[in-house]
Design a protein around this ligand. Structure first.
Ligand code: ASP
Length: 449
């Protein structure tokens, strides 16, 4: 059995949905299908999920949002008309949206998630309807009935372990199953969504639950490339990555897969095949537990912005038992997760995602560090980027750090932090955000040109 997930651009129009259905029906093993909400038809277009967020925000602010509602219904209407599915589908969708609105905005996060989930939910119904109208045995699967149980963190949910046993039963159902991505239900029965882009996560959970032979992730590129094609002209296509490589690259901004996607399939060793809906015969990129290293030490260069560093120094810090724990406890008290902690003898930097660390939080944390830990110095550096050089072949290869730092130096880039775990599968450099494009180009030229 294959689990196939189709992203927003693959479902953006009737023409794209027809391609999806051709791909699904071309292989009888493709039986569990996960769909995103319709995405952008062109660069200027708006994703249905964003239309739904506009709708929810307007309704929260004004108590009505007819224009915004019409915009969502119109997208589905265009699709349904061109697909030739019965007209009542659109009135059912409109009714569904009105019911979600009528549920009330007393808890705005809950209200927002219910609206956001409508994109995927209605898309799955339309796709199932279209396949049935063509004579295929296809049905929409309701995530609640199937047992997609998530933590009650609106907009940021995680799957609960008991889901896997429940979802396993999908493997036994006949026909083609169309499962909406991006959301599930809390134990209390509320709709909860994963972070944005989270339909990838749904596909991965389902693949792990039914023990699929492969998790196919259909998007709009032929392959995953060694660097961001928006920054590097014609970057090298990479046919195979390991989970570790892909995890490191998606952490640092490779947007092909949502960062959290690989965890469920990784635990089961299920390969992921990234393929192109617009060119399904291309082999795509495979993500596997292990690969042969025959294409050089480095497979990818990634860079992500939006980090900040909390620098703390105290004379004789290395002799103070529990110092690091106390620093991290202060962050935990603020519900902040940290990314890295490069350290010296008498200093430690904690690298954080900037969005978690606004000025008010900074003031509270700084005050506690000074008062409770009596640090000599503490300051926050903002607008930082992390650039990463990744590859399984880097292990035991001598001279890579000198090549990477040399390339950055030649481009006049100051390295503020260097981090290499003992797995040696990646090297990470903290730089100023303004240098991010220059850094990717310098490293790409060094390792791929
Ligand atoms: N539709 C959702 C989003 O735009 C989820 C997804 O497409 O994966 O974020």
């Amino acid at each position: 059995m294959k689990v196939a997930k189709f992203g927003g651009t693959s479902l953006a129009s009737a023409e794209q949905i027809k391609k999806v259905c051709d791909i699904v029906t071309a292989d009888p093993d493709r039986r569990l299908i996960v769909v995103s909400a319709p995405g952008k038809r062109s660069k200027e277009d708006i994703k249905v999920t964003d239309l739904l967020i506009n709708l929810a925000n307007k309704f929260i602010a004004d108590g009505s949002a007819e224009e915004e509602l019409k915009a969502v219904v119109a997208r589905y209407n265009d699709i349904a008309e061109e697909l030739g599915v019965p007209g009542e589908v659109v009135s059912v969708i409109e009714e569904d949206l009105r019911q979600r609105l009528a549920a009330g905005t007393a808890n705005p996060d809950k209200f927002m998630d219910s609206l956001k989930a409508a994109g995927e939910d209605n898309c799955a119904k339309v796709v199932a309807r279209y396949l049935s109208s063509k004579g295929y045995d296809a049905k929409y699967i309701n995530p609640k009935d199937a047992g997609m149980i998530l933590s009650d963190e609106f907009g940021n949910a995680r799957v609960l372990p008991e889901s896997y046993d429940k979802l396993k039963a999908l493997g036994e159902l006949p026909g083609i199953l169309i499962f909406p991505g991006f959301f599930g239900y809390s134990e209390a029965g509320d709709v909860v969504t994963f972070p944005r882009g989270g339909s990838d996560i749904t596909g991965s959970i389902l693949a792990a639950a039914v023990n699929a032979d492969v998790y196919e992730n259909f998007t709009d590129v032929d392959s995953v490339y060694a660097a961001n094609p928006n920054l590097i002209e014609n970057p090298k296509a990479i046919p195979v990555f390991t989970y570790r490589e892909m995890r490191e690259l998606s952490y640092a901004g490779f947007s092909v897969l949502h960062e959290e996607t690989l965890e469920p399939v990784y635990r089961k060793g299920i390969p992921v095949n990234i393929k192109n809906t617009n060119n399904p015969s291309a082999p795509g990129t495979l993500i596997v537990p292990k690969r042969e290293v025959n294409n050089g030490p480095v497979v990818g260069i990634a860079c992500d912005k939006g980090f900040c560093s909390l620098y703390i120094s105290k004379y004789m810090m290395n002799r103070e038992i529990g110092f690091g724990r106390k620093v991290l406890q202060i962050l935990e008290d603020e519900s902040i997760s940290y990314e890295h902690t490069p350290s010296g003898i008498d200093n430690i930097s904690v690298i954080l995602r900037e969005k978690q660390f606004d000025i008010a939080t900074e003031e509270r944390v700084t005050k506690r560090l000074k008062e409770e830990l009596e640090v000599d110095d503490v300051f926050v550096g903002r607008n930082k980027a992390l650039v990463m050089v990744v590859g399984e072949g880097m292990t035991h290869t001598i001279g890579l750090a000198v090549r990477a730092t040399g390339a950055l130096a030649k481009s006049g880039i100051n390295i503020e932090m260097i981090n290499q775990g003992s797995s040696e599968v990646s090297m990470m450099f903290g730089i100023d955000e303004a240098d991010n494009v220059k850094a990717v180009k310098a490293l790409y030229d060094e390792f791929f040109s």
